[in-house]
Design a protein around this ligand. Structure first.
Ligand SMILES: C[S@@+](CC[C@H](N)C(=O)[O-])C[C@H]1O[C@@H](n2cnc3c(N)ncnc32)[C@H](O)[C@@H]1O
Length: 465
């Protein structure tokens, strides 16, 4: 495995750290997974979505999963009791309201935004050594960031920073900008650590070429350091900057409409990149979450007109009609043409670049080679979840509090699309080694054993306190 700066996953890991973590709004557990990989012990996860809770519970066997709204007095009490004494509180309160801010009044009125105050309330109760809160960059607008910084500081008890990062700079094969708040308790006498990545997203760009030839996309550099970063990006052994094909190239054989959600590992070709080896580590005999949605004939026609790395901008006039093959599907908009609402739906990956930002819908990106959407597993690979991390749902049918309608398949995509990429979370967790004293030695931390499998190499010796 190549070890270079920015290869977060090869950094040193304290094998005995028992810094305990409480994850609020835990979702499937992307943030928790990163902390676990960095050697922390995730003890509590709370979410009000029963399906996300089922996934969290299935993947964090040692943690207590608490299903229910944090606004509920009883649930909040249960989470706070279970988390008493935790050194670290992490969380990603829902962000819909912040992501499309139109005016300040709406922002304040949006009940979804008040959930972050529940996070602050929990921090005020638990008084952990360190706090990490993740959210969308839209939160930087209109003074909200300043408000959050102030709230999380708890009248000077915590020193808090807000850093805008892109997951692709931390070995995630996807551009995904996020605002990360880190609060450090003043008793530690330290400032929040800086999150340094490779800087690849600032230096490299997928440029649209439009000359005599049909439109195509290719990587180009914006800065002087770009050539070396491009070389790293294209090196399949480099874990610091990762392309879409390095991430999912071993699943290219999946086809639209494949229904089997579990396949034998024997069907997979040999891993062709360090990233595939990393995420495939841990033999389980099968690879899960690999079924692929069907595709309607109109979408297939349109995608054939989009080059790798392209999007709706590349569609010929003839492909912009609402219905192409005569088959009526989805709601008609009366105009006979695609509207802006459809635009995000025709984003095709480029094999030699990181992915577009994925969202909670299966059609948010399409495969670079095959005319198809991605399986949940490919979504998860683009989010840097290891293959051993399985996405599931609560088997109880029907509407339950916190469940978002749309069915089990949609729920799995949503859980992945909502998550913090574990490798980004892991980089944050590793940066915190700087400020967190290592806790007392514990010979039997299950996470450490998992890390050994994940890192494909020896777990480093215990860090000095
Ligand atoms: C952005 S997602 C969190 C993703 C998670 N940090 C991860 O990395 O996988 C926000 C989560 O907040 C949960 N949520 C929304 N309202 C809630 C509430 N009232 N109480 C608890 N959780 C809630 C949602 O179900 C969703 O899973």
């Amino acid at each position: 495995m190549t070890v270079r700066p920015g290869n977060w996953v090869t950094g040193s890991i304290p094998s005995y750290s028992v810094n305990r973590v409480v994850d609020l709004f835990c979702g499937a557990g992307g943030l928790s997974e990163g902390f676990r990989q960095a050697g922390y012990q995730v003890t509590v996860g709370n979410d009000n979505d029963p399906d996300a809770c089922a996934t969290f519970a299935a993947n964090f066997l040692q943690a207590r999963t608490i299903y229910g709204s944090i606004r509920d007095h009883g649930i909040r009490g249960e989470a706070l009791d279970a988390g008493a004494g935790a050194e670290v509180v992490i969380g990603g309160p829902p962000c819909q309201g912040f992501s499309q801010v139109r005016n300040h009044a709406r922002l304040i009125d949006d009940p979804r935004n008040s959930l972050y105050r529940e996070f602050v309330r929990a921090v005020a109760h638990l008084r952990p050594r360190v706090v990490v809160m993740e959210n969308v960059p839209g939160l930087q607008q209109m003074g909200v960031k300043e408000q959050v910084l102030q709230d999380l500081a708890l009248d000077g008890e915590y020193q808090v920073s807000a850093q805008l990062v892109d997951a692709a700079d931390f070995g995630v094969p996807q551009t995904r900008k996020r605002l990360v708040f880190i609060g450090v308790h003043r008793s530690l006498g330290a400032s929040p650590p800086a999150l340094g990545g490779t800087g690849a997203t600032a230096a490299l760009d997928l440029a649209r070429r439009n000359g005599d030839t049909p439109v195509y996309y290719e990587l180009s550099g914006r800065t002087l350091v770009a050539p070396s970063l491009l070389e790293r990006l294209l090196d399949p052994e480099d874990l610091g900057i990762v392309t879409a094909s390095q991430a999912i190239g071993d699943l290219e054989w999946l086809r639209a409409g494949d229904r089997a959600d579990e396949r034998s590992l024997e069907e997979l070709p040999t891993a062709a990149s360090a990233y595939q080896r990393l995420l495939r580590a841990r033999p389980a005999g099968v690879i899960r979450n690999v079924s692929v949605p069907r595709m309607n004939a109109d979408t297939a026609m349109r995608l054939a007109g989009v080059p790798q790395g392209g999007n709706h901008r590349d569609l010929d006039e003839a492909l912009l009609g609402r219905y192409l093959t005569g088959q009526k599907w989805g709601p008609s908009n009366g105009s006979g043409r695609l509207t802006r609402r459809h635009y995000y739906a025709y984003r095709r990956l480029h094999p030699s670049a990181w992915s577009w930002t994925i969202n909670t819908k299966a059609d948010s990106v399409y495969h670079y080679l095959q005319p198809r959407a991605l399986s949940v597993r490919e979504f998860a690979r683009l989010q840097s979840f290891p293959d051993r991390f399985v996405f599931t749902t609560d088997s109880r049918r029907g509407m339950r509090p916190g469940r978002i309608d749309g069915g089990a398949a949609h729920s799995r995509y949503r859980q992945v699309g909502n998550a913090v990429p574990p490798l980004l979370a892991r980089a944050v967790a590793q940066a915190l080694y700087e400020v967190l004293p290592a806790a007392a030695a514990s010979p039997a931390v299950p996470e450490a054993a998992q890390l050994k499998l994940l890192t494909d190499g020896p777990v480093s010796p215990a860090r000095a306190g």
